[in-house]
Design a protein around this ligand. Structure first.
Ligand code: HEM
Length: 485
């Protein structure tokens, strides 16, 4: 039957004019253990993005391989990305790859499902990201001041990254559940004890299970399941509060609880009283927000500390703001600042890679044959693995200085297509927090440059991406800062 199936698929591919993409030179062409181990080794050395790029340089924009028995098409060709990430294309998804591997940790939600269930989850989350809910910087300012207080004022060396991550654990707590988890104050609520370690272990376990694919039975499950349980216990504290609130206010006015609208969980609890739905969504939202905006800010500071002319130009723009209020409108009009953020996300994408799976037999428009331009057949179950980090440094798109930080490349109407620059994804699953993340980054960087007249790098190592779901600088953000007054 397998032989028949293979032949039937080959016939289907030939009829559509498809040709195979360049094949990775395997040592183990049957199970593809070699490519799996090589990537594992590169990840352990924080070299996975370098390894991906090296392979694209060797094999071209699209090539294919076998990894742990699955066929994988690796591609950074914008034409292919356009098809796979298209809003109307239901041939590609994520559910068969993620749901069974992640459900014990985070259940059913926008990260784990496709189709109508994804749509429901997306609809529950979306209202909380409305501009009116994300444009008040009062709590951000209060918490940012605590970070500023930690920075040595005598110009001595300081790792800013852990403090930015603490700031974001607290800010995410406020946005997701309406309560800071006390990382900056050093006084976390009692129920958070052990939560961060459990969350990290639960999250990492999901990643490992996905990476191991058919070998995921090799991962010991006991401690992972305990970490999942502890994470649920933490989330349930807030879910129960949101449900109590919903219950208490249920019969007011038109039957809706008055909105505690700035908070994602309370916002969702206006729409559903289902405890497990709320818990799944909030755990998945924690996954999407952990270390994302924090990494972006740490990366911008890394760029500024290593590029004195960029720092000087940006500080001049910040000083020109004077006493004006830093709202969305004013921050959005700071053109150089916006270009610095855009260029930082190009060179150091916080989500550097992504994988989709073919939900049915389908065709990629390009990458096949000797010239690499023929369509490529992808039978159901084929994985599509892309690297935004490699895409964002492709010299065909960005020119010979693709590896250089040049904020001015975004001046004068230069605009890559939606599938050449994808720091926030594209299509249906595009990040709901894009505006929130970029505006908060704008606020923090502006405030920092108001408070400090110089930032110098105290680290001569290059940026080294430590990749889990997201990427952060493995070396932290070692800098020295000079106060403005
Ligand atoms: C610099 C910061 C961030 C970056 C670069 C980023 C990037 C991304 C990317 C690339 C995706 C698409 C994933 C995919 O296609 O599989 C995504 C989705 C998403 N992100 Fe973000 N993200 C950031 C911050 C955040 C934050 C802080 C939150 C929540 C508070 C968040 C919530 C979401 C949600 C809910 C989705 C899924 C949308 C859906 O499927 O409906 N993101 N993000």
């Amino acid at each position: 039957y397998r032989v028949y199936l293979t032949q039937a698929l080959q016939l289907k591919a030939r009829r559509a004019g498809c040709q195979p993409a360049t094949r990775y030179k395997h040592k183990d062409p049957i199970f593809g253990l070699d490519i799996f181990l090589k990537m594992g080794n590169a990840m352990a050395k924080n070299q996975s993005l370098v390894e991906h790029r090296r392979r694209y340089d060797t094999y071209g924009h699209t090539y294919e391989a076998i990894s742990l028995g699955s066929r994988v098409i690796f591609s950074i060709h914008p034409e292919n990305l356009k098809v796979v990430w298209s809003k109307n294309n239901t041939d590609w998804g994520i559910q068969p790859l993620r749901l069974h591997n992640m459900a014990p940790f985070c259940g059913t939600g926008f990260i784990t499902v496709d189709g109508p269930e994804w749509k429901q989850s997306h609809a529950l989350l979306k209202p909380a990201f409305h501009k009116s809910n994300i444009s008040d910087f009062t709590s951000l300012e209060e918490n940012l001041r605590i970070v500023f207080d930690q920075i040595p004022k005598d110009g001595s060396k300081f790792d800013l990254q852990p403090w930015i991550f603490k700031l974001y654990l607290d800010m995410n707590g406020l946005f997701l559940f309406g309560e800071s988890i006390g990382m900056l104050s050093g006084a976390p609520p009692v129920h958070t004890e052990g939560f961060l370690d459990a969350f990290q272990a639960g999250f990492n376990g999901c990643g490992l299970r996905i990476a191991l694919g058919p070998l995921n039975f090799l991962m010991p499950k006991g401690s992972w399941l305990r970490a999942c349980k502890k994470t649920h216990k933490f989330a349930d504290v807030y879910v129960d509060r949101a449900l109590e609130y919903r219950e208490k206010h249920h019969l007011t006015q038109d039957g809706q609880a008055p909105p505690k609208q700035y908070t994602l969980l309370y916002n969702m609890a206006q729409q559903t009283g289902n405890k497990s739905v709320l818990r799944d969504q909030i755990v998945q939202a924690m996954m999407a927000s952990t270390e994302t905006t924090g990494s972006l800010i740490s990366n911008i500071v890394h760029v500024l500390a290593n590029n004195p002319p960029v720092f000087a130009a940006l500080r001049a723009e910040v000083l020109a703001v004077g006493e004006e209020a830093l709202d969305f409108n004013r921050l959005g009009r700071m053109e150089y600042l916006q270009n610095v953020i855009t260029e930082t996300l190009r060179l150091y994408p916080v989500f550097p890679q992504n994988i989709r799976v073919a939900l049915k037999d389908t065709i990629l428009p390009t990458g096949g044959g000797l010239g690499g331009t023929a369509p490529v057949f992808a039978p159901a179950g084929t994985l599509f693995d892309t690297s935004f980090a490699a895409l964002h440094r492709d010299k065909n798109i960005w020119g010979p200085d693709a590896d250089e930080f040049r904020a001015s490349r975004w001046n004068g109407g230069f605009k890559p297509t939606r599938f050449e620059y994808m720091p926030f994804g594209a299509g249906l699953r595009q990040c709901l927090a894009q505006e929130k993340a970029t505006m908060e980054a704008s606020y923090i960087i502006t405030r920092m440059l108001q408070e400090f007249k110089d930032i110098k790098s105290e680290d001569d190592r290059p940026y080294q991406a430590q990749v889990a779901l997201t990427a952060k600088n493995a070396n932290g953000c070692l800098v020295s800062l000079t106060p403005a007054t």
